[in-house]
Structures are given as structure tokens and as C-alpha cells.
Ligand binder design. Structure first.
Ligand SMILES: CC(C)(COP(=O)(O)OP(=O)(O)OC[C@H]1O[C@@H](n2cnc3c(N)ncnc32)[C@H](O)[C@@H]1OP(=O)(O)O)[C@@H](O)C(=O)NCCC(=O)NCCS
Length: 137
């Protein structure tokens, strides 16, 4: 019984995910092949641009924020719209916030609960708030 329920949940999840990805793509988010975005993640489709590579894992509770109203409040002349680029084979741990104007390089792992406010090089492990690269991988 539990197995059947799990199978049904899996297939329903796949359908919802397909609709979610289609919605994101229709709103200009670029999503590569074989990329997983948790249904519990928030992807900014309002302003700015988001590009996600192939084989990326964006786990539950992550927020990808391509705009920032706060900077406009502090400086009315500032551009509140930005860009996020996530390379291929990137893993982003639960509840991570990626702020605008950030690039995460290929093969990088971002630890759970991080706040990514600057570019992170390829093939590194980066963690924390503020985010720090702790090693090459
Ligand atoms: C970062 C991570 C991958 C562990 O990598 P690791 O190489 O084994 O790192 P370690 O556990 O040896 O930790 C290295 C240091 O980083 C710290 N650290 C590890 N994860 C951290 C995190 N998410 N935030 C802040 N610090 C963290 C450790 O406390 C340790 O600090 P210290 O050297 O001062 O003792 C893991 O902690 C993590 O965050 N995984 C993501 C899990 C997740 O979100 N999964 C989604 C569902 S699948």
C-alpha cells in the first residue's frame, strides 16, 4: 500500500514539476538539461534574468532572487534588476538564498543555509553567511 502511494506521489510530483518548469521557462528562466529544481524552491520570475545550467540541483527552500528592491530604497538611481548565472553540475543546499548579480561556477557545491552574495568559482565548496569558499573539490 505504501509503495503504491509513493508511486502515485512520485508521478503526481513529476506532472507538477513539469508544469512548474514550463511556468518558469515561459517567464524567461533558462533551465538546462537534467536539472532538478525542488517544488519548495522560489525562483524569481518577476524581474531580472536567471540562467541555470545542466545537471544542477536546487534543493528545498532555496531562493534565487534576481531583483533587489532594498537597493532602490537606499539609492533611488540604482538598478534593482540583476542576473543570476548558475553553471553546470552545481548543487545548492537547502534554504540557500542567492542574491542578484552572482555567478556560481561549474561543479560547485553550496552548503545548506548559505547566503550567496558574490561570485563563487568553479569546483569549490562554499558555505555560510556571508558565503566563503572553504575548499576546492
Ligand atoms: C557542506 C557540506 C556538503 C559538508 O561538506 P564537508 O566537506 O563534509 O564539510 P565538513 O562537514 O567537513 O565541514 C567543514 C566545515 O564547514 C562547516 N559547515 C559544514 N556545512 C556547513 C553549512 N551548511 N553552513 C555553515 N558551515 C558549514 C563545518 O562546521 C566545518 O567547520 P569547521 O572546519 O570550523 O569545523 C554539508 O554540510 C552541507 O551543507 N550539505 C548540503 C545538504 C543539503 O542541503 N542537502 C539537500 C538535500 S539532499
Amino acid at each position: 500500500m505504501k509503495t503504491i502511494a509513493r508511486k502515485i506521489t512520485f508521478y503526481v510530483g513529476q506532472i507538477i514539476r513539469f508544469i512548474f518548469y514550463t511556468y518558469l521557462k515561459m517567464n524567461g528562466v533558462k533551465i538546462g538539461n537534467n536539472t532538478f529544481i525542488s517544488l519548495g524552491a522560489k525562483i524569481d520570475t518577476q524581474f531580472g534574468e536567471i540562467e541555470i545550467g545542466d545537471n544542477v540541483h536546487i534543493t528545498s527552500g532555496c531562493v534565487l532572487l534576481a531583483h533587489d528592491g532594498a537597493i532602490k530604497q537606499m539609492n533611488p538611481g540604482a538598478n534593482p534588476r540583476g542576473r543570476i548565472v548558475i553553471g553546470n553540475n552545481v548543487f545548492i543546499g537547502v534554504n540557500t538564498v542567492v542574491l542578484m548579480n552572482v555567478t556560481i561556477g561549474n561543479g560547485t557545491v553550496i552548503g545548506a543555509g548559505s547566503v550567496v552574495n558574490k561570485n563563487i568559482p568553479s569546483r569549490t565548496l562554499a558555505i555560510g553567511n556571508p558565503i566563503k569558499v572553504i575548499k576546492n573539490i
